[in-house]
Write a protein that binds this ligand. Sequence first.
Ligand SMILES: Nc1ncnc2c1ncn2[C@@H]1O[C@H](COP(=O)(O)OP(=O)(O)OP(=O)(O)O)[C@@H](O)[C@H]1O
Length: 242
Amino acid sequence: MLPRETPDRAAASIAGRATAALETRQLSRKSGDRILVHDVSVAVTAGEILAVVGPSGAGKSSFLRLLNRLDEPTSGTVLLKSTDYRSIAPQDLRRRVGMVMQTAYLFPGTVADNIAFGPRQRGEAPAPDRIAALLERVGLPGFSDRHVSNLSGGEAQRVALARTLANEPDALLLDEPTSALDEASVRGIEELILGIVGERRMTCVIVTHNRTQAMRLAGRTMVMEAGRLAAIGPTREVLHAG
Ligand SMILES: Nc1ncnc2c1ncn2[C@@H]1O[C@H](COP(=O)(O)OP(=O)(O)OP(=O)(O)O)[C@@H](O)[C@H]1O
């Protein structure tokens, strides 16, 4: 039996839902008999960073990939600003929910070509000024004409972020975005993430194996174990309890 909700709790839960920019409802994915993600319900608000931590193989990346339908849920769904994401056209969904992976998958060409890619697909080629402004924002002024093969790992991650920002997403999904970088680049990328999420009021979900990174970035943290949500709460409480 479900626990009964008191009127206060019910009101709080309705208020929480009203402000949730991204919400999963009993989100699950199986592959054959294998449970990758099971029954995860969580709501994230605009401007909030939620960290997802847990042991290797716990389903963190699998969970993230469900949030923009890179993989399809077996059951449950995701709401984006209260709209079921299954009713959003895939191209629009990918624009609204940007993703940056551990390694930046840039295609051969210049930095500007990469940043213009998303908008161009929608017939909205961005002006050079706009590309320059995005590059300025990610700390790469003057990089427009650089070929991506000449970028360091940290620079490539900054370009990946700028490419995502060019789509003006509502939500940003980050899968171990700094784990392939040296320590000096890590802090720079973390500051960038904090800055852009705050100023654009984006919703951000970051998978990280690095607990101190979760402390630095995320107000709340959820712990996954064997595909399930094992704990969620303020990062300090959750990680100190673990
Ligand atoms: N498409 C798939 N089919 C079957 N099993 C899969 C598939 N994708 C992932 N898995 C398995 O599901 C489990 C969860 O994988 P996932 O990559 O989501 O975990 P993770 O918590 O992100 O791990 P890590 O921290 O090592 O990256 C793992 O055991 C993985 O081998």
